[in-house]
Design a binder for this molecule. Sequence first.
Ligand code: SF4
Length: 245
Amino acid sequence: MAGHADQFRVARFLWCVRRNARGLDRFMSKIFDPSCRQCPRLAAFLDGVRAAHPGYYAKPVPPFGDPKARLLIVGLAPGMHGANRSGRPFTGDHAGILLYATLFKFGLASRPVSTAADDGLELIDVRITNAVKCLPPANKPLPMEIKTCNGFLHTELTRSPRVRALLALGAIAHEAVLRAYGLPAKQFKFAHGAKHVLEDGRVLVDSYHCSRYNTQTRRLTTPMFEAVVARALQIAVAAASAPAA
Ligand code: SF4
């Protein structure tokens, strides 16, 4: 028979799921535009991808997760056969394997794998967003495209008062967060595991991107990634529970 602690955990989980479903649509409409074509090169590229792959999502990919999260994970951009196909960040490609398994390990996801946008997966107290919402050719957005899409990240940050920690996956995500804050990148150097206190008290934690290249070359190992996620989560939870000054 389940103990009180287990029953409490299940009840809390179900409450979070219901709360997320209620708030998600309203929140997303404020921080994301599914019909955005502000970047002509990316919009034209997606038109071609849609023609070549009629079953692919092939539009700007929305953030995914808890609208009231304390931890925000920032990736780079959708991958061709991952988020661009499924319509959910880090879903359907190699980069999502380690990410979702790690979130599940720390109680931030309802299951360890993300297979499709309608697979019922729920994130709790964490949200995943991308610095660039549209698939870039060769996974390389142009500086102007990163700059243009930064308006969405800026809005997401300003409309997420509960976020206390940000985990940037890779240098481009790191720089996108700084840009959203109007902070100079040279004063906040990217390094795996580095921690940067931002002007509003939030903390930016850096990680190597959990890409296939980084994990297969062991530039980023599972213990390394789990440690950096644990660090960011610990900061988010500790900051949120600290008494107001
Ligand atoms: S990358 Fe961002 S700004 Fe550019 S078209 Fe896509 S959603 Fe719009």
